[in-house]
Structure formats: structure tokens, C-alpha cells
Design a protein around this ligand. Structure first.
Ligand code: ZN
Length: 243
């Protein structure tokens, strides 16, 4: 099957379903122009002595908050990033009562910015930040406009509500994720390599009609998918019927 034919088939599956769940990874955001913070650029090696996985970890945040925030403010600022065609399409599907949930590994809030309501953020969001002592809440602007470690009016360090490496995922969100995937009849997985635990394990709860994987590269779950589309997400979503 050509990609064109596969996209037509996906369009048909979407038309037939009113119980769709979308599961998205970094690839959904990169097409909005957001750099995957793990990707290596020339500057990266000069600017940071540690790997992104090391910096965005719980122990690093505690032991080296200054360097953590230097990286965080530099690499994860998404305030001026806009939703792309994929985010917007999913919002329309939700409004048409066809899409039940969006499960995302991204922390940039772009689905909500596009107007989507039921978004499960497995790795948290940069839009919520709280004082590690008194719990006072702070908006993302407060963090990203700082040059140094953001501190609360009480004097203590503020932490973004994102799941750092070494930290567990929120159990309620895991439960909701599994519930939606297990009940869906069409599951669209996009922009994720499905190599990161536990993302890949969630997909195994799917027992509906069609599992679709849209990704530039191959994934280890391709063999259990009904349809694998190796294309840019924007290319695929721009060809689907509008709702
Ligand atoms: Zn405080």
C-alpha cells in the first residue's frame, strides 16, 4: 500500500469510529517548531556538560538547580510555540464527539492551546509550577522569564510540574490512560518511537478494532499495528477529512 492509500484507510477508520484515542510523543510537537530537547545540536556540547537525561532528573534538580534551570529555560520554553495541524485536527475530532482522549508524552500544553479538553499529560506540564515548601502556584511565564533559579515569595525553590527522570508517573494518570486505551476502538499512536518505558506497555492494553502508528521511523510495536504510516505527521493530518 502507498502512503496515500494508507491515509485514505485511516480516514475511513476515523469516519467509522466514535471512540478514538490519540497517543502522541515528541514528533507531534517538533512539527510546531519545538526542538526535541534530547536532540543534539552543535551548541549543545559546548553549552552543557551533562546529557539532557542527566540534567532533567530528580537528583540533578536537587543537587544542581542552577544548571537545571539554565537548561530548562533555554531548551523547554514553549510559550511562543503554536499548535500545528495535528493539534487542531484532534480538537475538531473531540468537538465532534469522536475523540475521547488525548494521551501525550509532551509537556508543552499545545493540545490545550489548540482547545482540546480531555488531555492526559503523562509527563506533566510546564504550565504548572509550585513552591517546594509552601506549594504556592506559579505560571510558566514566571519561570521562563527568569534568568536564575525561580524562587517563591517565601524564599524556597519552585519546581515545574513535570515528571523528571528518576521520578514515577502519576498513578491516576496511568490509570486513566489504561482505561481509555482499553476501551477505545481506534487507537492512533503518533510521533513516538515507542521505546521508552512505560509508553510502549500502555499500547498493549488496546483491544479495539484498529491500531494505527504514524512515525517517521520504524517502532518496535509496528508488528502489532493494523496500519503503519512512515510519514510526517503534518502530511498525514492535512489529508484527512475535516470535522
Ligand atoms: Zn513558597
Amino acid at each position: 500500500m502507498t502512503n496515500e492509500e494508507k491515509i485514505k484507510l485511516l480516514d475511513k477508520y476515523i469516519k467509522e469510529s466514535d471512540n478514538i484515542v490519540f497517543f502522541g510523543g515528541a514528533g507531534v510537537s517538533t512539527e510546531s517548531g519545538l526542538k526535541d530537547f534530547r536532540s543534539k545540536d552543535g551548541l549543545y556540547n559546548e553549552k552543557y556538560k551533562y546529557s539532557p537525561e542527566k540534567i532533567i532528573s530528580h537528583s540533578f534538580f536537587r543537587n544542581n538547580p542552577k544548571e537545571f534551570y539554565r537548561f530548562y529555560i533555554d531548551k523547554l520554553n514553549c510559550l511562543n510555540i503554536e499548535p500545528n495541524i495535528c493539534h487542531k485536527y484532534l480538537t475538531k475530532l473531540e468537538n465532534a464527539n469522536k475523540l475521547k482522549a488525548i494521551i501525550t508524552q509532551n509537556i508543552d500544553g499545545l493540545h490545550q492551546k489548540a482547545g482540546s479538553k480531555n488531555v492526559l499529560e503523562l509527563h506533566g506540564t510546564v504550565y504548572e509550577n509550585y513552591c517546594t515548601k509552601c506549594n504556592k502556584k506559579y505560571p510558566a511565564e514566571y519561570i521562563f522569564n527568569k534568568k536564575n533559579i525561580p524562587t517563591c515569595s517565601c524564599g524556597n525553590i519552585i519546581k515545574p510540574s513535570i515528571v523528571l527522570y528518576e521520578e514515577p508517573l502519576d498513578e491516576n494518570i496511568i490509570e486513566e490512560t489504561i482505561k481509555y486505551i482499553a476501551k477505545a476502538d481506534l487507537l492512533i499512536v503518533a510521533g513516538t518511537s515507542l521505546t521508552v518505558y512505560p509508553a510502549c506497555s500502555f499500547i498493549r492494553f488496546f483491544q479495539g478494532k484498529h491500531l494505527i502508528i504514524i512515525n517517521k521511523d520504524l517502532t518496535p510495536m509496528d508488528n502489532i499495528a493494523d496500519l503503519v504510516i512512515n510519514d510526517k505527521i503534518g502530511n498525514v493530518f492535512s489529508k484527512l477529512t475535516d470535522y
